[in-house]
Design a protein around this ligand. Structure first.
Ligand code: SF4
Length: 371
């Protein structure tokens, strides 16, 4: 059955209009259906301003959903919430709802099931690649995150595509999903409030700069020491930092927007003076802000046979001091969602084999206490 979610209003008009056969719908019906989908309607029956017979006919031909919410977990003492979704082919993906101090909510969405990039510090990377997500599967992460436990949908004003996968390897479906999510007749998320994060696909950055959408860009840099980066992030072999910097400058010249550089910090690995020095060199000529992310623990991940660890407070202070001395603007990301496996680098799309058993999707559960 064809899924209507993930299509723009114009595509719905086309699909349901004159080309659809003996009983075409006028454009205003497509607009109504698009609005209902964007509000999160789960069934055609819920579309109460459509005639009853039309709702029944639509229900026979189309479906509204391609995913099933399998579990929701909330971080104790925090607003962070992780949603696990089961796709039609049985794969699991995850999306995370984040709240800042001012109560603004951000949806962190996945673009792939698994990830082919193999960054050594990332749980998703350790799973390998399963497949690209379809636009509907990306849009539905947002809609289902917005549902929440109550009757009224929650107000989510921002999107970051920083969940599972490398978004620039799935740019076609992501573009389609963002066209739906930013549509003024639908969810109406401002492009200024959307950020795509890449591990460093230079040609994808150029593609984004040339063909849009005009959203913010974050680069998961981790270190600007080329030799070390190649050992931590295999993508660096195909996209060296010099090429990457050229792509970032190209993007910035066209977009005029500041680029976020994300640095996952690993104890004793990328917090050296040499890393600060290399970073100083890399940011020269770019308008950037550096986001430092102390590594969120993932059991079993190691680097060259030594288990990975998050830096202690002394190491963090020394590194941030070194950056400040060099005039590099950096912010430290607050740890959020790590107890529910929902923090940066921890997503796995676990459908029940992980440390937390599945909970009813209608309820929000908190994880068991760790001893
Ligand atoms: S950090 Fe991003 S690109 Fe790297 S393996 Fe994880 S999900 Fe993939």
């Amino acid at each position: 059955m064809d899924v209507l979610t993930g299509r723009t209003q114009a595509e719905l008009e086309e699909l349901l209009g004159p080309s659809s056969g003996p009983a075409p719908l006028p454009p205003y019906r497509a607009a109504q259906i698009f609005r209902w989908i964007s509000r999160g309607a789960r069934s055609f029956e819920a579309m109460t301003d459509l005639p009853r017979e039309l709702r029944a006919a639509l229900g026979e031909r189309f479906s509204l959903s391609s995913v099933e919410a399998a579990a929701r977990l909330r971080e104790p003492g925090d607003e962070t919430e992780k949603l696990t979704l089961r796709l039609r082919d049985g794969l699991g993906i995850e999306a995370v709802l984040l709240s800042d101090g001012a109560g603004r909510k951000t949806a962190c969405l996945s673009s792939q099931a698994g990830c082919p990039m193999g960054c050594v510090f990332c749980k998703t990377g350790s799973l390998g690649f399963r497949r690209n997500l379809e636009a509907a599967e990306i849009v539905e992460q947002f809609l289902r995150l917005r549902d929440g436990p109550g009757d009224a949908p929650r107000d989510i004003s921002r999107i970051v595509v920083m969940g599972m996968g490398e978004p620039l390897l799935n740019l076609g479906e992501l573009r389609q999903a963002l066209a739906v999510l930013t549509s003024p007749g639908g969810c109406g998320i401002s492009k200024r409030h959307i950020t795509i994060s890449t591990c460093g696909m230079a040609e994808g950055i150029r593609d984004l700069a040339e063909h849009g959408p005009r959203v913010g860009l974050a680069l998961s840099l981790t270190t600007a020491d080329e030799a070390l980066r190649r050992r931590l992030m295999p993508v660096s072999a195909a996209h060296p930092l010099t090429e990457l910097k050229k792509a970032l400058r190209y993007y910035q010249a066209r977009e005029g927007r500041r680029i976020t550089l994300e640095m996952v910090l690993l104890e004793g690995i990328n917090t050296r003076k040499a890393d600060a020095e290399a970073l100083e060199d890399f940011v020269r000529g770019l308008e950037t802000v550096v986001n430092l992310i102390p590594w969120n623990a993932v059991e079993g991940l190691s680097f060259e046979r030594a288990p990975l660890r998050s830096p202690g407070s002394g190491e963090l202070a020394a590194f941030t001091g070194e950056l400040a001395r060099r005039g590099i603007k950096a912010t430290m990301r607050r740890r959020k969602g790590s107890r529910i496996g929902g923090a940066c680098g921890q997503l796995a799309g676990d459908l029940g084999t992980g440390s937390y058993s599945l909970q009813s999707a209608g309820r929000i559960a908190t994880p068991p206490k760790r001893s």
